[in-house]
Design a protein around this ligand. Structure first.
Ligand code: 13P
Length: 328
Protein backbone atom coordinates (compact mmCIF):
# COMPACT_ATOMS: atom_id res chain seq x y z
CA UNK A 1 0.00 0.00 0.00
CA UNK A 2 2.95 2.36 -0.66
CA UNK A 3 1.80 5.90 -1.45
CA UNK A 4 1.65 6.62 -5.18
CA UNK A 5 2.06 2.96 -6.14
CA UNK A 6 -0.37 0.25 -7.18
CA UNK A 7 -0.51 -3.49 -7.64
CA UNK A 8 -0.44 -5.26 -11.01
CA UNK A 9 -2.80 -8.23 -11.19
CA UNK A 10 -0.97 -10.55 -13.61
CA UNK A 11 -2.72 -13.55 -12.10
CA UNK A 12 -4.98 -14.73 -14.88
CA UNK A 13 -5.51 -18.46 -14.84
CA UNK A 14 -4.07 -20.21 -17.90
CA UNK A 15 -7.56 -20.16 -19.45
CA UNK A 16 -8.08 -16.43 -18.80
CA UNK A 17 -4.57 -15.65 -20.06
CA UNK A 18 -5.71 -17.32 -23.28
CA UNK A 19 -8.56 -14.82 -23.59
CA UNK A 20 -6.06 -11.95 -23.33
CA UNK A 21 -3.70 -13.51 -25.89
CA UNK A 22 -6.63 -14.11 -28.26
CA UNK A 23 -7.17 -10.33 -28.40
CA UNK A 24 -3.96 -10.14 -30.41
CA UNK A 25 -4.51 -13.48 -32.18
CA UNK A 26 -1.82 -15.35 -30.27
CA UNK A 27 -2.26 -19.01 -29.37
CA UNK A 28 -2.65 -19.82 -25.68
CA UNK A 29 0.52 -21.81 -25.01
CA UNK A 30 3.05 -21.72 -22.13
CA UNK A 31 5.63 -19.89 -24.30
CA UNK A 32 3.32 -16.97 -25.12
CA UNK A 33 2.11 -16.72 -21.53
CA UNK A 34 5.71 -16.69 -20.29
CA UNK A 35 6.84 -14.15 -22.91
CA UNK A 36 4.03 -11.78 -21.94
CA UNK A 37 4.73 -12.09 -18.21
CA UNK A 38 8.47 -11.64 -18.78
CA UNK A 39 7.76 -8.46 -20.73
CA UNK A 40 5.64 -7.14 -17.86
CA UNK A 41 7.93 -8.06 -14.97
CA UNK A 42 11.18 -6.91 -16.57
CA UNK A 43 9.80 -3.55 -17.73
CA UNK A 44 12.39 -0.97 -16.68
CA UNK A 45 11.39 1.25 -13.72
CA UNK A 46 7.92 -0.24 -13.12
CA UNK A 47 8.95 -0.47 -9.47
CA UNK A 48 8.54 3.33 -9.35
CA UNK A 49 4.77 2.88 -9.68
CA UNK A 50 4.10 -0.78 -8.83
CA UNK A 51 4.66 -2.15 -5.32
CA UNK A 52 3.25 -5.65 -5.79
CA UNK A 53 2.39 -8.12 -8.53
CA UNK A 54 -0.18 -10.88 -8.17
CA UNK A 55 0.95 -14.11 -9.85
CA UNK A 56 -0.87 -17.30 -10.82
CA UNK A 57 0.24 -20.77 -9.75
CA UNK A 58 1.89 -21.61 -13.07
CA UNK A 59 3.54 -18.16 -13.22
CA UNK A 60 5.12 -18.30 -9.77
CA UNK A 61 6.76 -21.57 -10.87
CA UNK A 62 8.11 -20.08 -14.11
CA UNK A 63 10.84 -17.57 -14.89
CA UNK A 64 12.60 -15.58 -17.57
CA UNK A 65 14.23 -17.07 -20.63
CA UNK A 66 17.51 -16.76 -18.69
CA UNK A 67 16.11 -18.97 -15.95
CA UNK A 68 15.48 -16.39 -13.21
CA UNK A 69 12.27 -17.28 -11.33
CA UNK A 70 9.61 -14.58 -11.74
CA UNK A 71 9.26 -13.96 -7.98
CA UNK A 72 13.03 -13.31 -7.82
CA UNK A 73 12.82 -10.85 -10.73
CA UNK A 74 10.19 -8.91 -8.79
CA UNK A 75 11.93 -9.11 -5.42
CA UNK A 76 15.15 -7.77 -6.99
CA UNK A 77 13.17 -4.68 -8.03
CA UNK A 78 11.68 -4.24 -4.55
CA UNK A 79 8.27 -5.45 -5.74
CA UNK A 80 6.37 -7.85 -3.47
CA UNK A 81 5.14 -11.04 -5.18
CA UNK A 82 1.57 -12.08 -4.44
CA UNK A 83 -0.37 -15.18 -5.43
CA UNK A 84 -3.94 -15.85 -6.51
CA UNK A 85 -5.00 -18.87 -4.48
CA UNK A 86 -8.65 -19.39 -5.27
CA UNK A 87 -9.39 -22.09 -7.82
CA UNK A 88 -12.14 -20.22 -9.65
CA UNK A 89 -15.89 -20.26 -9.31
CA UNK A 90 -18.59 -22.88 -9.65
CA UNK A 91 -22.40 -22.67 -9.67
CA UNK A 92 -23.93 -22.28 -6.22
CA UNK A 93 -26.32 -25.22 -6.33
CA UNK A 94 -29.94 -24.16 -5.91
CA UNK A 95 -29.16 -20.50 -6.62
CA UNK A 96 -29.49 -20.03 -10.37
CA UNK A 97 -27.02 -17.53 -11.80
CA UNK A 98 -24.92 -17.27 -8.63
CA UNK A 99 -21.40 -18.46 -8.00
CA UNK A 100 -19.24 -19.64 -5.15
CA UNK A 101 -15.45 -19.70 -5.15
CA UNK A 102 -13.49 -22.90 -4.62
CA UNK A 103 -10.02 -23.62 -3.25
CA UNK A 104 -10.00 -23.99 0.55
CA UNK A 105 -8.83 -27.63 0.48
CA UNK A 106 -5.11 -27.97 1.31
CA UNK A 107 -4.76 -24.21 1.38
CA UNK A 108 -2.31 -24.23 4.33
CA UNK A 109 0.04 -26.55 2.45
CA UNK A 110 -0.24 -24.46 -0.70
CA UNK A 111 0.52 -21.30 1.27
CA UNK A 112 3.66 -22.89 2.73
CA UNK A 113 4.93 -23.61 -0.78
CA UNK A 114 4.02 -20.15 -2.10
CA UNK A 115 5.75 -18.55 0.90
CA UNK A 116 8.92 -20.43 -0.04
CA UNK A 117 8.61 -19.05 -3.57
CA UNK A 118 8.56 -15.54 -2.04
CA UNK A 119 4.84 -14.71 -1.97
CA UNK A 120 3.90 -12.39 0.89
CA UNK A 121 0.33 -11.59 -0.02
CA UNK A 122 -2.50 -13.49 -1.68
CA UNK A 123 -5.75 -12.89 -3.50
CA UNK A 124 -9.10 -14.67 -3.40
CA UNK A 125 -11.86 -13.53 -5.76
CA UNK A 126 -15.54 -14.03 -5.06
CA UNK A 127 -18.11 -12.97 -7.64
CA UNK A 128 -21.38 -11.21 -6.90
CA UNK A 129 -23.83 -10.86 -9.78
CA UNK A 130 -26.53 -8.19 -9.99
CA UNK A 131 -29.66 -9.07 -11.95
CA UNK A 132 -32.72 -6.87 -11.56
CA UNK A 133 -34.49 -7.43 -8.27
CA UNK A 134 -33.55 -11.09 -7.97
CA UNK A 135 -29.76 -11.22 -7.58
CA UNK A 136 -27.69 -11.29 -5.56
CA UNK A 137 -29.37 -13.36 -2.86
CA UNK A 138 -28.35 -12.86 0.77
CA UNK A 139 -27.34 -16.51 0.85
CA UNK A 140 -24.83 -16.15 -2.00
CA UNK A 141 -23.30 -13.07 -0.38
CA UNK A 142 -23.12 -14.81 3.00
CA UNK A 143 -21.62 -18.03 1.63
CA UNK A 144 -18.90 -16.15 -0.24
CA UNK A 145 -18.20 -13.94 2.78
CA UNK A 146 -17.72 -16.93 5.11
CA UNK A 147 -15.38 -18.56 2.61
CA UNK A 148 -13.42 -15.31 2.19
CA UNK A 149 -13.10 -15.10 5.98
CA UNK A 150 -11.80 -18.67 6.22
CA UNK A 151 -9.30 -17.99 3.42
CA UNK A 152 -8.14 -14.82 5.20
CA UNK A 153 -7.63 -16.75 8.46
CA UNK A 154 -5.53 -19.40 6.73
CA UNK A 155 -3.47 -16.74 4.93
CA UNK A 156 -2.70 -14.87 8.14
CA UNK A 157 -1.80 -18.12 9.87
CA UNK A 158 0.75 -18.68 7.07
CA UNK A 159 2.24 -15.17 7.44
CA UNK A 160 0.67 -13.99 4.19
CA UNK A 161 -1.43 -10.84 3.83
CA UNK A 162 -4.87 -11.71 2.47
CA UNK A 163 -6.39 -9.56 -0.21
CA UNK A 164 -10.14 -10.23 -0.14
CA UNK A 165 -11.93 -9.52 -3.41
CA UNK A 166 -15.71 -9.64 -3.50
CA UNK A 167 -16.09 -8.48 -7.11
CA UNK A 168 -19.53 -7.00 -7.76
CA UNK A 169 -19.80 -7.48 -11.51
CA UNK A 170 -20.13 -4.49 -13.76
CA UNK A 171 -21.86 -6.57 -16.46
CA UNK A 172 -25.59 -5.89 -16.66
CA UNK A 173 -28.09 -3.08 -17.00
CA UNK A 174 -28.43 -2.06 -13.34
CA UNK A 175 -28.27 1.54 -12.15
CA UNK A 176 -25.46 3.01 -10.07
CA UNK A 177 -27.91 3.18 -7.14
CA UNK A 178 -28.44 -0.57 -7.35
CA UNK A 179 -24.66 -1.13 -7.55
CA UNK A 180 -24.20 1.02 -4.45
CA UNK A 181 -26.83 -0.89 -2.48
CA UNK A 182 -25.40 -4.27 -3.47
CA UNK A 183 -21.76 -3.31 -2.88
CA UNK A 184 -22.56 -1.80 0.51
CA UNK A 185 -24.46 -4.89 1.60
CA UNK A 186 -21.76 -7.23 0.28
CA UNK A 187 -19.01 -5.38 2.12
CA UNK A 188 -21.04 -5.13 5.33
CA UNK A 189 -21.64 -8.88 5.33
CA UNK A 190 -18.00 -9.54 4.42
CA UNK A 191 -16.59 -7.40 7.24
CA UNK A 192 -19.10 -8.82 9.71
CA UNK A 193 -17.72 -12.29 8.94
CA UNK A 194 -14.07 -11.20 8.88
CA UNK A 195 -14.53 -9.77 12.38
CA UNK A 196 -16.59 -12.70 13.60
CA UNK A 197 -13.82 -15.11 12.53
CA UNK A 198 -11.17 -12.89 14.14
CA UNK A 199 -9.23 -11.90 11.08
CA UNK A 200 -6.72 -9.13 11.82
CA UNK A 201 -8.14 -6.31 9.72
CA UNK A 202 -4.96 -4.26 9.95
CA UNK A 203 -3.19 -7.06 8.05
CA UNK A 204 -5.76 -7.31 5.29
CA UNK A 205 -6.37 -5.55 1.96
CA UNK A 206 -9.82 -5.14 0.44
CA UNK A 207 -9.93 -5.43 -3.35
CA UNK A 208 -13.18 -3.84 -4.47
CA UNK A 209 -15.11 -2.89 -7.54
CA UNK A 210 -15.79 0.79 -8.06
CA UNK A 211 -19.48 1.58 -7.70
CA UNK A 212 -20.77 1.97 -11.27
CA UNK A 213 -23.92 1.48 -13.29
CA UNK A 214 -23.90 -1.77 -15.31
CA UNK A 215 -22.16 -1.68 -18.67
CA UNK A 216 -25.51 -2.08 -20.49
CA UNK A 217 -27.30 0.60 -18.49
CA UNK A 218 -28.53 3.57 -20.51
CA UNK A 219 -27.41 6.16 -17.97
CA UNK A 220 -23.69 6.21 -17.20
CA UNK A 221 -22.42 8.32 -14.33
CA UNK A 222 -19.66 10.93 -14.24
CA UNK A 223 -16.37 10.14 -12.46
CA UNK A 224 -17.47 12.49 -9.64
CA UNK A 225 -20.74 10.57 -9.14
CA UNK A 226 -18.84 7.27 -9.19
CA UNK A 227 -16.30 8.61 -6.69
CA UNK A 228 -19.00 9.80 -4.30
CA UNK A 229 -20.97 6.55 -4.51
CA UNK A 230 -17.82 4.45 -4.04
CA UNK A 231 -16.61 6.33 -0.98
CA UNK A 232 -20.11 6.44 0.54
CA UNK A 233 -20.15 2.66 0.19
CA UNK A 234 -16.78 2.25 1.92
CA UNK A 235 -17.72 4.60 4.76
CA UNK A 236 -20.87 2.52 5.36
CA UNK A 237 -19.03 -0.79 5.45
CA UNK A 238 -15.22 -0.84 5.78
CA UNK A 239 -13.75 -0.60 9.30
CA UNK A 240 -11.00 1.97 9.64
CA UNK A 241 -8.39 -0.58 10.78
CA UNK A 242 -8.36 -2.21 7.32
CA UNK A 243 -4.82 -2.01 5.90
CA UNK A 244 -5.85 -0.63 2.53
CA UNK A 245 -8.29 -0.70 -0.36
CA UNK A 246 -7.39 -1.41 -3.99
CA UNK A 247 -9.59 -1.35 -7.06
CA UNK A 248 -10.02 -3.90 -9.80
CA UNK A 249 -10.74 -2.43 -13.24
CA UNK A 250 -13.55 -4.92 -13.92
CA UNK A 251 -13.83 -4.41 -17.68
CA UNK A 252 -13.76 -0.62 -17.63
CA UNK A 253 -11.52 0.89 -20.29
CA UNK A 254 -8.04 2.05 -19.23
CA UNK A 255 -9.24 5.65 -19.58
CA UNK A 256 -12.35 5.23 -17.41
CA UNK A 257 -10.39 3.32 -14.78
CA UNK A 258 -7.78 6.06 -14.43
CA UNK A 259 -10.34 8.90 -14.50
CA UNK A 260 -12.51 7.27 -11.86
CA UNK A 261 -9.55 6.53 -9.59
CA UNK A 262 -8.45 10.15 -9.92
CA UNK A 263 -11.93 11.40 -9.00
CA UNK A 264 -11.92 9.15 -5.92
CA UNK A 265 -8.49 10.41 -4.80
CA UNK A 266 -9.57 14.01 -5.39
CA UNK A 267 -12.14 13.62 -2.62
CA UNK A 268 -9.22 13.75 -0.18
CA UNK A 269 -7.60 11.65 2.54
CA UNK A 270 -9.61 8.64 3.70
CA UNK A 271 -9.17 6.38 6.72
CA UNK A 272 -7.48 3.80 4.45
CA UNK A 273 -4.82 4.13 1.76
CA UNK A 274 -6.56 3.60 -1.61
CA UNK A 275 -4.93 2.64 -4.91
CA UNK A 276 -5.27 0.50 -8.05
CA UNK A 277 -4.78 -3.23 -8.61
CA UNK A 278 -5.70 -3.66 -12.24
CA UNK A 279 -5.25 -6.46 -14.66
CA UNK A 280 -7.06 -5.52 -17.87
CA UNK A 281 -6.73 -1.72 -17.59
CA UNK A 282 -2.94 -2.05 -17.31
CA UNK A 283 -2.34 -5.04 -19.56
CA UNK A 284 -4.56 -4.34 -22.56
CA UNK A 285 -2.61 -1.35 -23.95
CA UNK A 286 0.58 -3.40 -23.46
CA UNK A 287 -0.79 -6.41 -25.35
CA UNK A 288 -2.03 -4.22 -28.21
CA UNK A 289 1.45 -2.74 -28.60
CA UNK A 290 3.31 -6.00 -28.19
CA UNK A 291 1.27 -8.22 -30.56
CA UNK A 292 3.62 -11.09 -29.71
CA UNK A 293 6.52 -9.56 -31.66
CA UNK A 294 10.00 -9.40 -30.08
CA UNK A 295 10.73 -6.10 -31.86
CA UNK A 296 7.76 -4.48 -30.01
CA UNK A 297 8.85 -5.46 -26.49
CA UNK A 298 10.45 -2.17 -25.47
CA UNK A 299 7.57 -0.10 -26.84
CA UNK A 300 5.12 -2.35 -24.98
CA UNK A 301 7.14 -1.96 -21.77
CA UNK A 302 7.05 1.81 -22.22
CA UNK A 303 3.26 1.66 -22.42
CA UNK A 304 3.13 -0.37 -19.21
CA UNK A 305 5.30 2.21 -17.51
CA UNK A 306 3.12 5.00 -18.89
CA UNK A 307 -0.18 3.39 -17.80
CA UNK A 308 1.28 2.66 -14.36
CA UNK A 309 2.51 6.25 -14.02
CA UNK A 310 -0.91 7.66 -15.03
CA UNK A 311 -2.61 5.46 -12.44
CA UNK A 312 -0.01 6.40 -9.85
CA UNK A 313 -0.82 10.06 -10.49
CA UNK A 314 -4.54 9.22 -10.30
CA UNK A 315 -4.07 7.51 -6.93
CA UNK A 316 -2.83 10.89 -5.69
CA UNK A 317 -5.60 12.85 -7.47
CA UNK A 318 -3.01 14.41 -9.80
CA UNK A 319 -3.96 12.87 -13.14
CA UNK A 320 -4.86 15.32 -15.91
CA UNK A 321 -7.02 13.69 -18.55
CA UNK A 322 -6.32 16.46 -21.07
CA UNK A 323 -2.58 15.81 -20.93
CA UNK A 324 -3.01 12.07 -21.47
CA UNK A 325 -3.19 11.25 -25.17
CA UNK A 326 -2.30 7.56 -24.87
CA UNK A 327 -4.92 5.83 -22.72
CA UNK A 328 -8.29 5.18 -24.36
P1 13P B 1 -9.34 -6.50 -13.70
O1 13P B 1 -8.60 -5.23 -13.37
O2 13P B 1 -9.15 -6.94 -15.12
O3 13P B 1 -10.77 -6.45 -13.28
O4 13P B 1 -8.68 -7.66 -12.86
C1 13P B 1 -8.36 -7.45 -11.53
C2 13P B 1 -8.47 -8.69 -10.77
O5 13P B 1 -7.61 -9.01 -9.99
C3 13P B 1 -9.68 -9.53 -10.95
O6 13P B 1 -9.68 -10.60 -10.06
Amino acid sequence: MARGKGILAADESDASAGKRLAMVHLPNNPENRQDFRELLFTAPSIEDYISGVILYDSTIRTGTDDGIPFPDVLIAKGIIPGIKVDLGTMDLHGFKGELVTQGLDNLSERFAEYYDFGARFAKWRAVITIDDDELPTDEAIEMNAVILARYAQIAQEAGIVPMVEPEVLFAGDHSITKAELVTTKTLQILFHNLQKYRVDLSGLILKSSMVLAGDMHNEQSTPEEIANATLRTFHMSVPHEVGGIVFLSGGQTPKRSVENLNAIAKLGEQPWPITFSYSRALEEPVLMTWQGKPENISKAQEILLYASRMNSLASLGEYDTKKDSKLN
